[in-house]
Design a binder for this molecule. Sequence first.
Ligand code: AMP
Length: 401
Amino acid sequence: MTSVGSVTRQIAALEISTKKPTLVPSSSSTTRPTHSKQPSQTNVTKLLTKFAAPKPFPSSKPTQPSNLRQATRQPSPGPGSTQPAIDIGRYDGGLEIEDEKRGEAVHGEAAEDLALDSSVSRKCPTREWHLSDFDMGRPLGKGKFGRVYMVRTKSAPKYILALKTLYKSEIVQSKVEKQIRREIEIQQNLRHPNVLRLYGYFHDSKRIFLMLEFAGKGELYKQLSKHGCFSEKRSSRYIDQMADALMYLHGKHVIHRDIKPENLLLGINGELKIGDFGWSVHAPGNRRMTLCGTLDYLPPEMVEGREHNEKVDYWALGVLTYEFLIGNPPFEDRSSVNNTYRRIAKVDLKFPPTISVEVKDLISKLLQYDPGRRLALSAVLHHPWIVKYRSKISIRDSGDA
Ligand code: AMP
């Protein structure tokens, strides 16, 4: 669970980091991010003392939606306070413009599959949400099925969220209604500091809206593209967080199956957030043989069409470690897909001389052909290369360094 301290830090950080919002271009998936200097810990502490409510998360009032208790919250200013509201940036009217041209109502069985509304969920019903409940802020990006915006709930306490839209008819055209439903069902039940929270969802005739935790530092992939590769310290801290998150997921019988930099986001303190569950499966002990995921991250058993289990994520963790440090995945062969397959199946692993003996050891132990021989996640957390760089204050510390 996101700790009270970390959420409060996010609030404080947002207070001073978004004064001049950067409008993310709508084609943000191909555009490099604008980097703004983040507040130092000292500044955050000062701000906390100045702005934070003594009890940032008092026990919820009846009107407070249960699924938002942990959301980033604006500290409520006292009477007569001149405290500035968190700046969510300028809304570009994109949803209304888009809605006139895009998508159509969906009928039949698909409509039932996509009638997703957390307020009617039997397990954990919440209050009923509508688009009109939010102040719209800056666009955060565009996904395959719709746009993502920074928003704030209108009613107090005013939560900052990322609102993701999905056009139902496009989901149906792509024949992924079951997958989307599964993604939502999986994500709403997950609570881990390195797993992006899904606080709630609602729908109208054409769209589904996901109320997601706001990842203040955006996509990890953009950072990797910007820097080419990461230092050992930064990589180690990310892998530490990934291993912990994967252990949590596997404990819930969720196999991710699509670990790659493009599916990772960064919180306001630079902490890693697994943010895409499109290929996840609940795996109550069974094995599946469908081929999915990104080629470069596929393990031998999937390349060869064999049964697989949660150890596919161990392999992907090894590939991710390599890509963080070197800047490209270990078995990449741009000349041919078949060559990549062949290299994966042979575990044709080559290290450049620049990387440490310790990390070579970790990567080699994760990239084992036999899934049963891959290093367990608990052992990853105790590996010298991980322990060496772990912050003494908190293992959830930012990877930025
Ligand atoms: P997606 O549809 O998930 O691929 O999202 C499209 C883009 O929106 C991503 O590439 C991110 O830049 C941005 N985005 C998505 N979700 C969030 C979030 N929770 N917080 C911040 N930015 C996000």
